[in-house]
Design a protein around this ligand. Structure first.
Ligand SMILES: Nc1ncnc2c1ncn2[C@@H]1O[C@H](COP(=O)(O)OP(=O)(O)OP(=O)(O)O)[C@@H](O)[C@H]1O
Ligand SMILES: [Mg+2]
Length: 270
């Protein structure tokens, strides 16, 4: 018997309702993520990548009624109808997410250290001192220099790349099995982008976690993931091994997306 997938998604639909009108933005997609596997989701803006991630986390965008259909199983356990307290336990501890908008995920009036401490004390049940020790360790782990000092800084004292590192530290703080990274590098310049991607690769290796990497940019997933799902208008239109997708895409939409990545040849696919 082979081990069950870490995440098994079947016929996932997501529908927003406004008044009497309903818009289905995820059209019934199915995919698996194996333990420790890195999978890319690529598609143009609006194709439903973030909504798919939020459906898995059961975190709808604020103030919008989102109806999710189909099945999402984590280690065989159905998440779509899991009571909220149990889901809260899964969130953060088993499946963690780095959201697309880093500024809105951090509290501007709290120090970085206090925010991570808080999270560790809430989810991990650590004492104040133990939480601070772990916070400093985590900031070091994601490459923040002088972590003990920087822990007392506020988010605005960090650069965009450093804020993204902090969010990654928060996401991996409870050693999740699956990290969902939604456009983790979009707002960053190319050099910092590469640093953050290397960090994700290293953490994945060190922590043995699976990675769901979401991006509109094929250049970002090169060398990062084993398998790619190409999304278009709420559907998965092509799935394949990363190398195959790059060298022999079968769907014209995939070819079009690939052609739109000018830097790809320079960055390579290895
Ligand atoms: N809060 C919301 N209320 C209504 N519709 C929404 C909401 N959020 C997203 N949508 C719609 O759902 C569809 C998918 O959005 P989603 O955010 O998943 O796109 P995406 O693939 O993540 O795009 P991007 O690359 O720009 O982040 C879009 O058509 C979008 O307009
Ligand atoms: Mg998005």
């Amino acid at each position: 018997m082979t081990a069950p997938p870490l995440l098994q998604v079947r016929d996932l639909t997501a529908t927003f309702t406004r008044g009497s009108s309903a818009t289905r933005v995820v059209q019934g997609i199915s995919f698996d993520i194996a333990p420790g596997e890195a999978v890319g989701f690529v598609g143009e803006s609006g194709c439903g990548k973030s909504v798919t991630a939020r459906a898995i986390m059961r975190l709808a965008p604020e103030g919008t009624p989102l109806t999710v259909g189909g099945s999402i199983r984590y280690r065989g356990q159905e998440l779509t109808d899991l009571p909220e307290p149990a889901m809260r336990d899964i969130r953060g501890r088993r499946i963690a997410m780095v959201f697309q908008d880093p500024m809105s995920s951090l509290n501007p009036v709290m120090t970085i250290g206090a925010q991570i401490d808080d999270m560790l004390r809430r989810h991990g049940g650590l004492s104040r001192q133990a939480a601070r020790r772990r916070t400093i360790e985590l900031l070091g782990l994601v490459g923040i220099r002088d972590p003990a000092l920087r822990a007392d800084d506020h988010p605005h004292q960090f650069s965009g790349g450093m804020r993204q590192r902090v969010l990654i530290a928060i996401a991996v703080s409870c050693q999740p099995d699956l990290l969902i990274a939604d456009e983790p590098t979009t707002a960053l310049d190319v050099t910092v982008q590469a640093q953050i991607l290397r960090l994700l690769l290293r953490l994945r290796r060190e922590l043995g976690m699976a990675l769901m990497l979401i991006t509109h940019d094929f250049g970002v997933i090169a060398g990062m993931v084993e398998r790619v799902h190409v999304m278009r208008e709420g559907n998965i239109v092509e799935t394949g091994a990363t190398d195959t997708i790059f060298t022999a895409p079968t769907h014209p939409y995939t070819s079009a997306l690939l052609a739109a990545v000018p830097r790809l040849s320079e960055r390579g696919t290895a």
